[in-house]
Design a protein around this ligand. Structure first.
Ligand code: ANZ
Ligand code: ZN
Length: 835
């Protein structure tokens, strides 16, 4: 009379037991080796989504597994709680951002608990708590004292109708999202962090991270963007000169024009006397300035009439253009164009009928005539280039740089794509920047005793703009230096600052400082960090910068915060569209053999592509009702089972039902366990191979592989006849599955009469002797052709193997009574009979 596993009862009971026992509270003073497992903390947007469930399940399995392996595990959770959505909610729903955020945190915390995650809730933090952001203000002052913080004029999006600064995401097609007015760029004095001071070490550091995905390392490298090149001056026909920067000095003999940015002094000067130039410059400024926009927009130029002299040939003159694809704040704001070997230059030259000359050959073509519809940017040999002919690109670069330096007209340099980090936001819901503006003293740091500088609660969102700025009293303070009436800074910090050090605060949270150095170093670096690839650049770079900056000022003795990084794939789902083009949610349709049917209309509709779950496509599935229906363990199991963790996982009804059935199969096994006699060597071996294999897979985060191994073990146990081995396998199985389906495992563990919690039980020991097979399959060939196979004891003597092969019915029939000419035996593998 098999019973069913009832997750409704079991989940709650075991979650309470873990809570009551403080099972997952990490002990700072534990003598065990320490392990820090961290998933990127969520933004409290309202409810947990499937992406969270997948992310946190993976981290949870690793955290639980490492506990069983004898580590003191720190697996904390918190909330990235500042940011725009709370202010948007405040404007739309007339709620306070704080109230909205805290209500969301309460909901999402309950949802995480419902999934049974092994989290240390005693260390929970929210970045919107003054206890947190006050310490962040202290770090900001530390950085300021160390010269890592400065102010600079910088452009913001200005909405002239609402009279306010807009965040980038509030600018839609160049217009303010509320007013619809055309957004202008305005210069404001803003706060910056000197991340460029660390460009070199951030680049070198990321290359040394062995347990990071290559693609993320590459994304970081590209973002930092180190290029080695040459700066040099072209003499101009008006007696002046123009300095350019190039990363391809080797292509110098392929140049056919020089181009400067619209903001370049040469362009600006020309605009004073030429109306056409001024008009062209104004046109350039309308376009976007992001790299992506520059790549795609039409390349436009304005001929200045100036001519530049080629550095290797005084008779060779190049036209000088103002061009919209040249940026003022990169390199020198001026370039020479090589159409055959740079795509932007190619498009430009095609439009303005400038020469396109081949100077790098991939081997096939060497003539200067270039016939292709795109530039060739690959490696090759220099051609049509005088003293460079025959060199490869790298040698030619060095040769030109050497000549330029020897001739005194240029020098080899390094430039970085990375810019300093502008952290000012003209918003309410963020960490107030701890500075005071005094008419007499200038910008003065807030006194340490005044921290935390707390956000005022009584703010209004009924009119646009920054509520901190128009609050009647908040900003009015006395100057800490001269005592005169002064004003608080009303900018708040970019929320990426909040997430740049939360992992340190998890490791140590004293009341009187951001963290305790020795305590933090006990836990850090994070051993395994898990999160979405959408954070592969900025968040990780900023957190790495913070760690290095804290190191430089002596507050933390380490350079890299995350030793291991894993970026998981997304959770996807089919999409559905009605006949008139509306997205439909899974609840609005029914599937049958004809396809999908819209419930309200009865129309047969198209099943769309499988895409990342998103509200806009209405293809999300809310985890909560699924957990209520199937229990936490089935949901967890499905999250781990179907695809490799770095790939996308398609949510499906079939998938979750399969997981549910497996959970029940597991339960029937453990529920029916009896003691029996006898040995089953095969099953023993399979069990031990599974223990070892699952351990390896969990450490490598290849959960789908461990799931496959567990299916095989369960199949084998189900097929096996009763024996002591079988009972042992079932009892051991409970511990192997405990990290993945912890509620069922606890229930089974207790029912089998064990004391304590399975969460506290050690991971089963592997008997190495059982990992080696003692039988091998040997191929028997005649003249190289496979005729039979033999199953023999491992390491059997040659003579025994040869005799067995010669006795095989198939061999006897093939040889037709003749003696073989020769028999070759490869131990444990092969017998080849030469007839
Ligand atoms: C000549 C040349 C020939 C170039 C060639 C490329 C290919 P990265 O590698 O990203 O640093 N460049 C320099 N300053 C620029 C600016 N302010 N705005 C737009 N483009 C600029 O890019 C360096 C290359 O980008 C430089 O090398 C320059 O074009 C261009 F076959 O010089 B190159
Ligand atoms: Zn003052």
């Amino acid at each position: 009379m098999a019973s069913r596993f009832n997750p409704l009862k079991a989940d709650a009971a075991w979650q309470k037991a873990w809570d009551d026992n403080r099972t997952f509270a990490a002990r700072d003073d534990s003598p065990k080796p320490k392990s820090f497992v961290l998933e990127m903390f969520p933004y409290p947007s309202g409810r947990i989504h499937m992406g969270h469930v997948r992310n946190y399940t993976m981290g949870d399995v690793l955290a639980r597994f490492r506990r069983m392996r004898g580590y003191e595990v720190l697996h904390p959770m918190g909330w990235d709680a500042f940011g725009m959505p709370a202010e948007n909610a405040a404007m739309e729903k007339k709620v306070h951002p704080g109230g909205w955020t805290r209500a969301n945190i309460a909901t999402m915390k309950a949802q995480l608990k419902r999934l049974g995650f092994a989290l240390d809730w005693t260390r929970e933090l929210a970045t919107c708590d003054p206890e947190y952001y006050g310490q962040e203000q202290a770090i900001f002052l530390d950085f300021y004292e160390a010269g890592l913080v400065y102010r600079k004029e910088s452009a913001v999006n200005w909405d002239p109708a609402d009279m306010t600064v807009l965040a980038n995401e509030q600018v839609i097609d160049g217009r303010g999202w509320r007013s619809g007015a055309l957004v202008e760029r305005r210069k404001l004095s803003q706060w910056f962090l000197k991340i460029t001071d660390f460009a070199d070490e951030l680049l070198e550091g990321v290359q040394a991270l062995e347990h990071w995905p290559e693609k993320v390392k590459l994304m970081q490298e590209n973002w930092i963007g180190k290029s080695e090149g040459l700066r040099f001056r072209f003499a101009l026909s008006d007696g002046g000169d123009v300095e350019v920067f190039t990363t391809r000095p080797d292509t110098i003999f392929g140049s056919s024009f020089v181009a400067v940015a619209a903001d370049h002094p040469i362009a600006q000067k020309l605009a004073e006397t030429s109306e056409d130039a001024a008009t062209f410059i104004a046109l350039c400024k309308q376009g976007g300035t992001t790299a992506a926009e520059l790549e795609t927009q039409e390349k436009l130029g304005f001929d200045t009439g100036l001519r530049a002299v080629h550095p290797f040939d005084p008779a060779w003159q190049l036209p000088v253009y103002i061009a919209n694809f040249v940026l003022m704040d990169y390199g020198t704001g001026a370039v020479f164009g090589v159409p055959a070997h740079d795509q932007r230059d190619f498009e430009f030259a095609t439009k303005y009928a400038l020469p396109i000359r081949r100077v790098v050959s991939d081997g096939d073509q060497v003539s200067p005539e270039y016939h292709s519809d795109e530039a060739y940017t690959g490696p090759g040999t220099l051609v049509n280039s005088h003293f460079l002919d025959g060199m490869d690109v790298a040698d030619a670069k060095r040769a030109v740089i050497r000549r330029a330096e020897e001739g005194g007209w240029g020098s080899g340099t390094t430039v970085w794509r990375l810019r300093d980090w502008g952290v000012s936001r003209q918003r309410y819901w963020g960490t107030p920047i701890p500075f005071i503006h005094c008419d007499g003293c200038g910008v003065v740091p807030a006194p340490r005793e005044s921290l935390p500088i707390v956000l005022p609660e009584d703010v209004s969102f009924d009119i646009p703009g920054n509520p901190l700025d128009r609050h009647p009293s908040w900003k009015h303070v006395d100057c800490p230096q001269c005592g005169a009436a002064a004003r608080r800074e009303t900018d708040t910090l970019d929320t990426f600052v909040d997430s740049s050090w939360y992992f340190i605060r998890f490791a140590s949270q004293p009341r009187d400082k951001p963290f305790d150095k020795a305590m933090a170093e006990q836990w850090l670096p994070v051993g395994q960090y898990i999160g979405g690839v959408e954070h592969a650049i900025l968040h990780l770079l900023y957190a790495r910068f913070f760690t290095r900056a804290l190191n430089r000022i002596g507050k933390l003795d380490m350079t890299e915060p995350f030793a291991g990084l894993f970026t998981q794939g997304m959770v996807t789902h089919e999409t559905y569209k009605s006949l008139d083009g509306r997205w439909l949610s899974p609840e609005e349709i029914r599937k049958d053999s004809a396809g999908a049917i819209e419930l309200s209309s009865g129309d047969v509709i198209d099943i769309g592509r499988i895409e990342k779950m998103s509200k806009s496509k209405k293809n999300t599935v809310d985890p909560e009702p699924i957990v209520d229906q199937y229990g936490a363990d089935a949901v967890r199991w499905f999250m781990l089972s179907d695809s490799p963790p770095e790939r996308d996982l398609e949510w499906s009804e079939n998938g979750i039902e399969g997981a549910w059935r497996f959970v029940q199969r597991l339960w029937r096994l453990v529920d029916g366990v009896t003691d029996a006699q006898g040995e089953d060597k095969d099953l023993d071996r399979r069990l031990h191979r599974t223990i070892a294999g699952v351990a390896e897979d969990v450490e490598a985060l290849t959960f789908n592989k461990s799931v496959a191994k567990l299916y095989e073990l369960v199949n084998a146990i189900e097929r096996a006849a009763p024996s002591a081995s079988r009972s042992n396998a079932i009892r051991t199985l409970v511990r192997i599955v405990a990290p993945m389906v912890p509620h069922l495992a606890e229930e089974a563990w207790a029912q089998m009469g064990n004391t304590g919690l399975v969460a506290d039980a050690p991971w089963p020991e592997v008997d190495p002797a059982l990992l080696v097979d003692d039988e091998v399959t040997i191929a028997v060939q005649i003249n190289g052709k496979l005729r039979d196979t033999l199953v023999m004891p491992k390491g059997a003597d040659r003579e025994i193997v040869e005799a067995a092969a010669m006795a095989s019915d198939k061999v006897v029939r093939q040889l037709e009574g003749k003696a073989p000419r020769k028999v070759i035996v490869v131990p444990d593998r092969l017998v080849n009979i030469v007839a």
